[in-house]
Write a protein that binds this ligand. Structure first.
Ligand code: CA
Length: 128
């Protein structure tokens, strides 16, 4: 779940897509059905800036960073895994930390993986 991105009093839900790889940000009604959704893929929702590789399995374990980081403007941050990403080593995986717009698209993002985003380089980090 995400906090209420669009301020309608109902939280949003996030789920992984497998074909194409990506995410659905779902804006819910009070009865739990989807009022509208925003797809985030390599071609939708600002996902083109993520540098996704074809088989990196982007979209796993989406979660919200609950505590604000204090940056202005402080926007909702969605953390999403890419367990098959090769940037930090073959299939070493990575996490995308995405600042979210109120319409469910990505405002900006950073990546954390082996040797990037504050993590040291490890020669043994794999999830194979
Ligand atoms: Ca909402």
């Amino acid at each position: 779940m995400l906090e209420d991105l669009d301020n309608d009093g109902v939280p949003e839900a996030v789920a992984q897509l497998t074909i194409p790889q990506g995410l659905y940000v779902m804006f819910l009604r009070r009865n739990g059905t989807v009022r509208r959704y925003q797809k985030i893929t390599e071609t939708d929702g600002g996902g083109g800036g993520l540098g996704l590789e074809p088989s990196e399995e982007f979209g796993s374990s989406p979660s919200e960073l609950k505590q604000p980081l204090g940056e202005e403007p402080d926007m909702t941050r969605l953390l999403v895994g890419s367990r098959g990403a090769n940037d930090g080593g073959t299939k070493a995986g990575q996490v995308h930390v995405m600042r979210m717009n109120t319409n469910g698209t990505i405002n900006s993002s950073v990546q954390i993986h082996n040797g990037e985003g504050g993590l040291p380089v490890s020669t043994t980090a794999t999830n194979s």
